[in-house]
Design a protein around this ligand. Structure first.
Ligand code: UDP
Length: 238
């Protein structure tokens, strides 16, 4: 629709898996362009957008080989998210959207360090702010980073852009009769093992009263619809 946006500020979490598109690994330029275009449209409607990018399209700390310590693998995973952050920034800037990247691991040649008040200021002055390097700590996920930054930025909603259309009662790929939930409580997501996001992330959202909307990033128009507050995917709230 053409109505006013429901949200003033949103946290968009883009998984690495979504960025990989149909290839399943690395970055699909057409997906990057699609996502950047949606962010641009939401931004043009006056929604303040901050973004956390995943890194699973390159590296996941928990699923590597023996012989690399978990913490080390997690640092590699966090570096992978910075690659995605820089590519998303490039795609947005090409479309004329002013963008900043802030990294939770300091690397001042490629990104600003994360400074909470500066990020808020950047959002207020019309920049899209992309947070790289997750939380900066091993043993966490980018979903948790997105929940944490959402709380710190006072975002009104956590938009979880994934490869699936929402949360189902069973795997819709294996079971065509699977049913999609329209709404679920935080509690059910955390305790029924629905594999939407890890418990740390869902707990942070619950404690800070931030609703989570899980939806398909790859369907054109979805990110914009979600950012405007139109119905899409599954809503997780109290
Ligand atoms: N990671 C981490 N701490 C964080 C965020 C991410 O150690 O705060 C590492 C972890 O190894 C993770 C990888 O970075 O597997 C990539 O992030 P994630 O798996 O969350 O990406 P996504 O599934 O969203 O693509």
């Amino acid at each position: 629709g053409d109505g006013a946006p429901k949200y003033r500020r949103v946290m968009l979490k883009v998984s690495g898996e979504a960025l990989a598109g149909a290839r399943g690994f690395g970055m699909a330029p057409e997906v990057l362009e699609l996502i950047a275009g949606e962010i641009k449209a939401a931004h043009a409607r006056g929604v303040q957008v901050c973004v956390v990018v995943g890194g699973g399209n390159y590296f996941r700390g928990a699923s590597t080989w023996d012989g690399i310590e978990r913490a080390t693998a997690d640092y590699v995973g966090m570096l992978a998210t910075v690659m995605n952050a820089l590519c998303l920034q490039a795609a947005l800037e090409k479309m004329g959207v002013p963008t900043r990247v802030q990294s939770a691991i300091e690397m001042k040649e490629v990104a600003e360090p994360y400074i909470r008040r500066r990020a808020i200021r950047q959002l207020e002055t019309g920049h899209v702010v992309i947070f790289g390097a997750g939380t900066g700590n091993p043993y966490f996920t980018t979903d948790t980073a997105a929940a944490l930054r959402a709380a710190e930025m006072n975002a009104e909603v956590f938009l979880k852009a994934t490869k699936v259309d929402g949360i189902y009662d069973c795997d819709p790929v294996k079971h065509p009769e699977a049913k999609r939930y329209e709404r679920l409580s935080y509690r059910r997501v955390a305790f029924e093992g629905l594999e939407v996001m890890d418990e740390t992330a869902i707990t942070l959202c619950k404690e800070n009263n931030i609703p989570v909307i899980v939806f398909n990033a790859l369907a054109p128009g979805n990110i914009l619809r979600a950012a405007m507050g139109e119905e899409v995917g599954t809503v997780v709230a109290d």
